[in-house]
Design a protein around this ligand. Structure first.
Ligand code: ADP
Ligand code: MN
Ligand code: MN
Ligand code: MN
Length: 435
């Protein structure tokens, strides 16, 4: 706990400087501190030299408590008004931005909310002389930070004329997911979002010695223990925040590289997978902000013999989940093999540093698939093979991929796009697959 809650550590340090209890300061919880000071301040009211210091400490502590009281204040008995935090994707296509506004009463559907705007020249999304970008509410979640009826609103962005701006990848994805052919197949996505936590000042992974390396990979994956697991409080706080918000989070785990974690969202239908991943990323930014830790979605944060960070995307359709589904999965894999380049170019920046053929990845230059093989582009699980139906796992997407892009492209390639017969025959031969 101490390692991630930087603000409270600093606060304890400041106290210890002025007090005579400095020896064991680091092992004391803030609760222990407050009980100590409450007792001491009573005893010391007559002794003026010590009194000043302790009152100052008490007042500082009191300020923190009062602030928390205000942050936890339930305003529902006093007003129908709620706070809506509008969230959108900024100019890098990866940064999440947000601002808040008062709404006159609780809402249940994004269509009840007004459109809004922001200054696109401050996010790298519009020129200064025509800076207005309009955001359209698309999905609503409960706000775990403010509680009550307050909400988080995932938006997408348009020009004042109503054209999606270039970083709005949701718009095209929503079109694909509303194509009748795609709707009929009820596409499910299960997304495994990996991420890495960094120490704020040095931008070096959490738990790693500054300027050095921990012992080699092996003991860290799904591990417990102070020398193996770094940042569990963040992963867990995020898990609960997601459940509270209504995100379809399905699990979490510690990763192979120390300081790296994963959470999974899904199975979610169509566009919902993207909305939920983006909201979950936003929550993670907010929680790491509170903890004083930096989040990175870089696909290969540390060069060398350290695992990269991916965003495996598990995918199924009505047909793959039904009897004979494995044959449909094989046909989907065949289509995917023919569009490998298109997919790779849409699967995240810097992915070539991660997809090396080592560390449970396939080379970026070749398409491969296999049952239970983690060194392939596409993995089919043992259960799917055994039951003859189920889902496939696309292991290529990087942790910084845009889930709107990846999910929509998977649906497009497997449900809307058709190769020529010649291309299909050639690909089937290459993959040694009967279709
Ligand atoms: P891995 O074994 O690769 O680490 P995980 O358990 O981390 O896999 O993630 C698998 C994800 O796939 C989960 O989010 C799960 O909900 C999702 N999933 C399960 N069944 C399906 C399905 N039929 N279609 C799509 N996604 C699925
Ligand atoms: Mn996983
Ligand atoms: Mn993983
Ligand atoms: Mn996986």
């Amino acid at each position: 706990m101490a390692q991630i809650l930087a603000p409270s550590v600093q606060w304890q340090m400041r106290i210890t400087k002025n007090s005579s209890y400095s020896r064991d300061a680091s092992s004391m919880s803030s609760k222990m501190w407050s009980s100590l000071f409450l007792k001491q301040s009573k005893k010391l009211t007559a002794r003026s030299s010590a009194k000043y210091r302790l009152l100052a400490v008490k007042s500082e502590h009191g300020t923190i408590n009062r602030m928390e009281d205000l942050l936890n204040l339930d305003v529902t008995p006093y007003t129908d008004k709620i706070i809506a935090e509008y969230i959108w994707i900024g100019g890098t296509g990866l940064d999440v931005r947000s601002k808040s506004r008062t709404i006159s009463k609780p809402v249940e559907h994004p269509s009840e909310l007004p459109k809004w705007n922001y200054d696109g020249s401050s996010t790298g999304q519009a020129p200064g002389e025509d800076s207005e970008v309009i955001i359209y509410p698309q999905a609503i979640f409960k706000d775990p930070f403010r509680g009550g009826n307050n909400i988080l609103v995932v938006c997408d962005a348009y020009t004042p004329a109503g054209e999606p701006i270039p970083t709005n990848k949701r718009h095209k994805a929503a079109q694909i997911f509303s194509d009748p052919k795609v709707v009929a197949e009820v596409p499910w996505f299960g997304i495994e979002q990996e991420y890495t936590l960094l120490q704020t000042d040095v931008k070096w992974p959490l738990g790693w010695p500054v300027g050095g390396y921990p012992g080699p990979q092996g003991p860290y994956y799904c591990a417990a223990g102070a020398d193996k697991s770094f940042g569990r409080d963040i992963s867990d706080a995020h898990y609960k925040a997601c459940l509270y918000a209504g995100i379809n989070i399905s699990g979490t785990n510690g990763e192979v590289m120390p300081g790296q974690w994963e959470f999974q969202v899904g199975p979610s239908v169509g566009i919902e997978a993207g909305d939920h991943i983006w909201c979950a990323r936003y929550l993670l930014e907010r929680i790491t902000e509170q903890a004083g830790v930096v989040l990175t979605l870089d696909p290969k944060p540390i060069e060398g013999d350290w695992n990269g960070a991916g965003c495996h995307t598990n995918y199924s359709t009505k047909s793959t989940r039904e009897e004979g589904g494995f044959e449909v999965i094989k046909k989907a894999i065949l289509n995917l093999s023919l569009r490998h380049k298109e997919h790779i170019s849409a699967y995240g920046e810097g992915n070539e540093r991660r997809l090396t053929g080592k560390h449970e990845t396939a080379s970026i230059n070749t398409f491969s698939w296999g049952v239970a093989n983690r060194g392939c582009s596409i993995r089919v699980g043992r259960d799917t093979e055994k039951e003859g139906k189920g889902y496939l796992e696309d292991r290529r997407p990087a942790s910084n991929m845009d889930p709107y892009v990846v999910t929509a492209l998977l649906a497009e390639t497997t449900l809307l796009w058709e190769p020529t017969l010649e291309a299909e025959a050639l690909a089937a031969q290459k993959l040694a697959m009967k279709v």
